[in-house]
Design a binder for this molecule. Structure first.
Ligand SMILES: [Zn+2]
Length: 394
């Protein structure tokens, strides 16, 4: 054996010797350890480890001890499916979706910021969003306008909206009709009729922005079909969902029975007042989904983030698991694009929000400067998107 052969044999032997002790690749990419998992889809609320592999939930168990490339300590925190916000205006700024992501929002919808004329701008931001982001097209072709989206009824242009949807079927997943007096004036009914005309061509839902309309609510609700969404459900009169005595209108009850969904749409003006929230919840009419009506301005006023909106309903007495369900499972059911999300079951996309439920005294402000004090508030702590940790809120 010459020297070269010897080196070669020695190297092979060494390599062979190393094989048994070579470190196997970790079984999981990430384990979220020891958090209180709330998964409404499986009626699970317990301390669990959540293991993630290749962007999917790989296992959930009381104690997962296999190796993972990364571990997130969630002891003392809530581990819930990534939050889904079905009414935001996040595409108005390029950084909007990423800001929401840091709040735990791993799926979001821009609800009507743009109409047919400039829908391309909203779609461009939605496509560049880190998380799944889709848009509802405003039936008003100019989008949200300071002088009212459809005050001029010609702006509710059926042909233009249809053309926009036909060219962007993957990104436009519904039609938004804003119906308040200062948005649609006396056109509200006709605006909604046209929105339905557009939506029916593509079998899409319509989201209406209710409250302070010219037309009475029953007249408008007659146009709603199963799968449509009513946002700003706690809007004060005129034309709220309950009468002066606090009874939910029969047309509202029958809309819910036929599959119309009711959404919070927190926002900052005219959409939410504590006495109305209290009255409607006391009547047993709970929201299906929470949404923020998010804008960059609302990050510091009233809305803050989706976990903060959720906290308002803890204050109002909704149980934690129901509050989580509204922001996860229920929201995932509102639009097929999110149909495989809103749960942490094995095989689901590994979108996870880790939230901290802090005790203390917290002021919550409605859209009319009324304050109420709650004793718990949810804060975003960490977000996992497609199995990877993302930057926390700054
Ligand atoms: Zn809005």
């Amino acid at each position: 054996m010459n020297r070269r052969q010897f080196v070669c044999v020695a190297a092979t032997a060494a390599a062979a010797a190393r094989i048994p002790v070579a470190r196997a690749a970790p079984k999981y990419d990430l384990i979220i350890k020891g958090g209180r998992v709330i998964d409404a889809a499986r009626k699970l609320e317990a301390i669990r480890d959540v293991a993630i592999s290749q962007g999917r939930i790989a296992a959930i168990g009381a104690n997962i001890n296999e190796q993972a490339a990364d571990t997130l300590d969630a002891r003392g925190k809530l581990v819930v499916p990534g939050l889904i916000d079905i009414h935001t205006h996040a595409t108005r700024t390029k950084e909007g979706p990423a800001l929401c992501l840091a709040d735990g929002v791993t799926g979001l919808i821009d609800a009507g910021s743009q109409g047919a004329d400039r829908i391309g701008e909203a779609i461009a931001v939605a496509k560049s969003a880190p998380q799944p982001c889709r848009v509802l097209i405003n039936i008003g072709r100019g989008g949200i306008l300071p002088d009212g989206d459809t005050m001029d009824i010609n702006r509710a242009d059926v042909a233009a909206a249809r053309e926009a949807i036909a060219s962007n079927r993957d990104m436009i997943i519904g039609v938004k009709a804003r119906l308040s007096r200062d948005v649609a004036g006396t056109n509200d009914f006709e605006v909604l009729r046209r929105a339905q005309e557009v939506a029916s061509s593509f079998n899409l839902p319509v989201m209406i922005h209710m409250g302070q309309t010219v037309s009475p609510l029953p007249k408008l609700f007659a146009l709603l079909k199963s799968g449509d969404i009513v946002t700003h459900m706690f809007a004060p009169p005129p034309n709220g969902i309950s009468d002066d005595a606090g009874h939910i209108l029969p047309e509202v009850m029958s809309a819910r029975r036929r599959g119309v969904r009711f959404d919070v749409g927190n926002g900052r003006t005219g959409h939410l007042r504590w006495d109305i929230v209290e009255r409607v919840l006391q009547a047993g009419f709970l929201p299906d989904t929470f949404s923020t009506d998010w804008t960059t301005e609302s990050r510091t006023a009233q809305v803050i983030d989706l976990p903060n909106v959720m906290s308002k309903f803890l204050m109002m007495g909704m149980p934690l698991n129901q509050v989580v369900a509204c922001a996860t499972l229920n929201a995932s059911r509102a639009f097929p694009v999110f149909g495989d999300r809103g749960t942490l079951k094995v095989g689901a996309p590994a979108d996870v929000a880790v939230l901290e439920l802090r005790d203390g005294s917290f002021d919550f402000v409605d859209n009319y400067e009324n304050k109420r004090m709650g004793h718990q508030r949810l804060f975003p702590s960490a977000t996992v998107l497609a199995g990877k940790r993302v930057a926390s809120r700054v």
